[in-house]
Design a protein around this ligand. Structure first.
Ligand code: NI
Length: 208
């Protein structure tokens, strides 16, 4: 996921208080000239293929997570799902604290949303696979999630705010769904897709 505006400092500070443990997969958040992975763009079929569950969390999965993080940081994104780099595995990386070099990123393996709030939020989303397009999407405000971390440990998390938003956006990538499929303002969608040289026919209107 991509944000139009730089993150507010307060977001980073809040998250820093919540997370003080070091992560084993943390990499430098500085952009690199040649990111290890290529991000696929709207219109490329690879984004529409559903990803498979990861059976064993081993060093190859941790290496994938690190390469995804380097690629995400280089593109100034806050979330990236494996199908976006052509890998059909159920893994995503998220870091909503780009401005804080010490805040560890999150790796979610086989993430499943256990429950979603009835309360909905409208929030402007962007996507590393659809650069330049930023549009409102309605989603549940908070979620409860189960997943494995980069060490294969079972975890549960309650997420709200930007974190809940980003997790939901990224999980949809694992199912071949893109945020533009969920945009309700079709006129603005058409306009922004055109401005950024994307094709309207690559948006799917029937979403599960
Ligand atoms: Ni995205």
């Amino acid at each position: 996921m991509l944000l139009r505006l730089p993150l507010a400092g307060s977001f980073a500070q809040l998250a820093k208080i919540a997370e003080n443990k070091k992560s084993s997969i943390a990499v430098s958040k500085e952009a690199v000239d040649k990111p290890p992975l290529t991000i696929y763009m709207l219109g490329e079929e690879v984004l529409r293929n559903p990803a498979k569950r990861i059976v064993k969390v081993d060093s190859s999965i941790r290496e994938l997570a690190q390469n995804m993080l380097i690629t995400m940081y280089s593109a100034k994104g806050i979330g990236l799902a494996a199908p976006q780099v052509g890998v059909h595995k159920r893994i995503l990386v998220i870091d909503i604290n780009l401005e804080d070099p010490d805040a560890p990123p999150h790796v979610f393996i086989n993430p499943e949303i256990i429950s979603s709030s009835a309360t909905l939020d409208t929030y402007e989303e962007g996507c590393l696979s659809i650069p330049g397009v930023y549009l409102n999407v309605v989603r549940p405000s908070s979620i409860k999630l189960s997943y494995r971390d980069e060490m294969g440990r079972h975890k549960k998390m309650n997420a709200d705010g930007l974190m809940a938003r980003c997790i939901q956006h990224e999980i949809e990538h694992l199912n071949g769904v893109l945020f533009v499929d969920r945009v309700t303002d079709k006129d603005e969608l058409t306009k922004q897709l055109k401005e950024n040289d994307f094709n309207q026919k690559d948006v799917r209107t029937k979403v599960i």
